[in-house]
Design a protein around this ligand. Structure first.
Ligand SMILES: Nc1ncnc2c1ncn2[C@@H]1O[C@H](COP(=O)(O)OP(=O)(O)OP(=O)(O)O)[C@@H](O)[C@H]1O
Ligand SMILES: [Mg+2]
Length: 251
């Protein structure tokens, strides 16, 4: 094991997985990647290439067929669907992961209350999930994930169903929350600008069976905002990313 692997929050080497069937469905092949501790990393790739499967493997919900996998500590997972419990009020949803992770109820509640404003949910502590907009539900699911006492956050398309403006606001807001939190994040997204805005490193996957086509380091200064998406440096990275996506789709 190299020194850099020892410091990685997530390290995969030759990971592979198939789902049972006649014939079996190969989903991931020869996945090798490394996410440094404290880094923000993203995965982009075509629909169905195995991104959610990878996060489920990293979260310990699916056992891979083979290869090596290291995850430092344990991970909090925000699945592609928000999975809020409709019969629990916003605050009770927010503390769920914390309480299941061993944080005493009162302490979890105090931490949630302190963060409701940061997550744009002030005043909605006692609302039912059904009374929240799509964006608010996603922020609540993110808040729950952030409050879960884990070293790594796995976020599966957290802004999937939002309009462009709300999405951009959420991205800038996630960046500011992360800049204070500094936990390792692995985010799945289809949005190329989102990946480049938020990440230190972007992994580009091929079509199924998915593998890493390219690993792109993004060393642009933070915080990054909408205006950065038109700079020459950003444009060059975006062209590289799109090119890798195209290569992965042609494979
Ligand atoms: N539990 C399962 N059993 C069998 N096949 C599955 C299972 N989960 C996923 N698959 C298959 O694995 C492949 C990858 O699915 P996955 O959800 O990981 O893709 P994805 O990259 O997250 O796609 P999207 O971008 O649309 O969310 C698909 O062909 C899917 O049908
Ligand atoms: Mg998915």
């Amino acid at each position: 094991m190299t020194a850099s692997t020892a410091e990685a929050a997530i390290a995969l080497r030759g990971l592979r997985h198939s789902f049972a069937g006649e014939p079996p469905v190969p989903v991931l092949r020869d996945m090798t990647l490394e996410v440094p501790t404290g880094a923000f990393a993203s995965i982009v790739g075509p629909s169905g290439c195995g991104k959610s499967t990878l996060l489920r493997i990293l979260a310990g919900l699916v056992t891979p067929d083979g290869g090596e996998m290291q995850v430092r500590g344990s991970a909090a997972f925000m699945p592609q669907r928000d999975l809020l419990l409709p019969w629990r009020r916003a605050e009770d949803n927010a503390i769920l992961g914390a309480v299941l992770g061993g944080v005493p109820d009162g302490e979890a509640r105090a931490r949630a209350q302190a963060l409701f404003a940061t997550f744009g949910l002030a005043g909605f502590e006692q609302a039912w999930p059904g009374q929240l907009s799509g964006g608010m539900r996603q922020r609540l699911a993110l808040l729950r994930t952030f409050l879960t006492p884990r070293e790594t956050l796995l976020l599966d398309e957290p802004f999937g169903a939002l309009d462009a403006i709300t999405r951009r606001q959420m991205q800038e807001w996630l960046q500011s929350v992360w800049l204070e939190d500094r936990r390792t994040v692995l985010l799945v997204t289809h949005d190329v600008d989102e990946a480049l805005l938020l990440s230190d490193r972007v992994f580009i996957m091929s079509t199924r069976p998915g593998t890493i086509v390219e690993s792109l380091d993004v060393s642009l200064a933070r915080p990054r905002g909408t205006r950065d998406t038109t700079t020459p440096a950003f444009t060059v990275l975006k062209a590289q990313l799109l090119d890798a996506l195209e290569r992965g789709s042609a494979a």
